[in-house]
Design a protein around this ligand. Structure first.
Ligand code: DAH
Length: 339
C-alpha cells in the first residue's frame, strides 16, 4: 500500500493542467467521494496494526499534498486569466464630468447675495397669474397695450388668467400679505409673446425689488442701485438715471451703467452711447399702495425690476439671448470658473 501511495504522490506532483475542467477532473479522480484517496482509506482498515501508524501518516501526507496541488493549480490559472484579459489596470481612469451652473443661475444667485447684504428678503409668486396681480393692481389702464394678446400669453379658456409678463406681480402679493417695513426681492421667470431673436425671447428672467417704510425717498433708491451696480460690475462702475414711465411708479426712471465692453467710449453693444440700460425703477405710485392695502399717507417706497439675461450679457459679453436656452455644453462649460 505504501508503494501505491508513493506512486500517487509522484503522479500528482507532476500533474499539470491548463483549464479549470482539467483541474476538476483531477480533483474528482483523487479527492472525489469515489476517488482514489477514499479507496485507500477503505483499504487502510485492512492494514495490520503494527503498520497502521506509518501508512496512516503517509496517507495523510498524500491527501494534504493533493489538496495543495489543486489550490496552486487554480491560483496559477487565475493569474494567467488576469494577464490575458483585455483590462489594462495601468490605464489612467476616465475623468468624471462635472456639471456647471447655468450662467443665469450664477448671476441670479449673485444678485440675491448683494441684496441680502442690504437686508432684503426673497419672495416668490406664481408664474401663472391673474390680471389683477400683473396689471390692475399695478395701475395699468384698461386699454394699456401690455394687456393685448400681442404682448401677453393668455390662457385661452380664461381671459383673466395669463403667464406673468413681469415679476412686479410678486410685489403686489407681498404688499397684500404683509405690512411695512417691507424689503424684498423676487427673482423669477417671465413670459412675453415676442418673436425670438438675438435680443428678445418669449421666456426670460427678472428680479423685482421692493422697499416700503416711512420716509423712503428717491435718494434711498439711487443709493441702493449704485451699491448694487458697484457690487455687480466693479467698484468703478458709474450709473445714470433717466426719467421714464411705468404705470406703477411715480416718478419713474431707467438706470444705465457705463458700458463695460468699451469703457464708455462707444461700441456696437451700447449702440455708441457709452451707456447700457439695465433696469427700470421708481417710487411706488400711491394708487398701487392703496390697491394693495398699504396706507399711502403713512408709507412711501421704491421698486425696481431688472432682467437677468441682460445683466449676464453685460457681465460675460454674451451677444445672443438664444444661447441661454439652447443648453449647448460648449457654451455652458465656459462658466465653470464662475461657480
Ligand atoms: N416690470 C417692469 C418691466 O418688466 C420693470 C420695472 C420697472 C419694475 C419699474 C419695477 C419698476 O418695479 O419700479 O419692464
Amino acid at each position: 500500500m505504501i508503494e501505491k501511495i508513493n506512486q500517487y504522490l509522484e503522479e500528482t506532483k507532476e500533474f499539470v493542467a491548463s483549464t479549470i475542467d482539467e483541474i476538476e477532473a483531477f480533483r474528482i479522480k483523487f479527492m472525489g467521494k469515489k476517488g482514489l484517496v477514499n479507496d485507500l482509506f477503505s483499504e487502510f482498515k485492512n492494514v495490520p496494526r503494527e503498520n497502521k501508524k506509518d501508512v496512516g501518516q503517509k496517507l495523510n501526507e498524500l491527501k494534504v499534498s493533493i489538496q495543495e496541488k489543486i489550490n496552486s493549480l487554480k491560483e496559477n490559472l487565475e493569474e494567467k486569466s488576469d494577464e490575458n484579459s483585455d483590462v489594462d489596470l495601468s490605464l489612467p481612469g476616465d475623468a468624471l464630468k462635472t456639471g456647471t451652473r447655468h450662467p443665469i443661475s450664477i448671476v441670479r444667485n449673485e444678485i440675491i447675495d448683494i441684496f441680502k447684504r442690504l437686508g432684503f428678503t426673497i419672495s416668490e409668486g406664481p408664474e401663472i397669474e391673474d390680471d389683477w396681480h400683473v396689471f390692475s393692481a399695478l395701475n395699468f389702464p384698461e386699454e394699456h397695450p401690455a394687456r393685448d394678446m400681442q404682448d401677453t400669453f393668455f390662457i385661452e379658456k380664461h381671459p383673466d388668467i395669463l403667464l406673468r409678463t413681469h415679476t412686479s406681480s410678486v410685489q403686489v402679493r407681498v404688499m397684500e400679505n404683509s405690512q411695512p417695513p417691507i424689503r424684498t426681492i423676487s427673482p423669477g421667470r417671465v413670459f412675453r409673446n415676442e418673436a425670438i431673436s438675438a435680443r428678445a425671447h418669449c421666456i426670460f428672467h427678472q428680479v423685482e425689488g421692493l422697499y416700503i417704510d416711512e420716509n423712503v425717498s428717491f435718494a434711498d433708491l439711487k443709493q441702493t442701485l449704485l451699491y448694487f451696480a458697484k457690487e455687480m460690475f466693479g467698484e468703478k462702475t458709474e450709473i445714470r438715471l433717466r426719467p421714464s414711465y411705468f404705470p406703477f411708479t411715480e416718478p419713474s426712471a431707467e438706470m444705465d451703467v457705463a458700458c463695460n465692453i468699451c469703457g464708455g467710449k462707444g461700441c456696437n453693444v451700447c449702440k455708441y452711447t457709452g451707456w447700457l440700460e439695465i433696469l427700470g425703477c421708481g417710487m411706488v405710485d400711491p394708487n398701487v399702495l392703496d390697491s394693495c392695502g398699504i396706507d399711502s399717507k403713512k408709507y412711501t417706497g421704491f421698486a425696481f425690476g431688472m432682467g437677468i439675461e441682460r445683466i449676464t450679457m453685460l457681465k460675460y459679453g454674451v451677444k445672443d439671448l438664444r444661447l441661454y436656452f439652447e443648453n449647448d455644453v460648449r457654451f455652458l462649460d465656459q462658466f465653470k470658473s464662475a461657480l
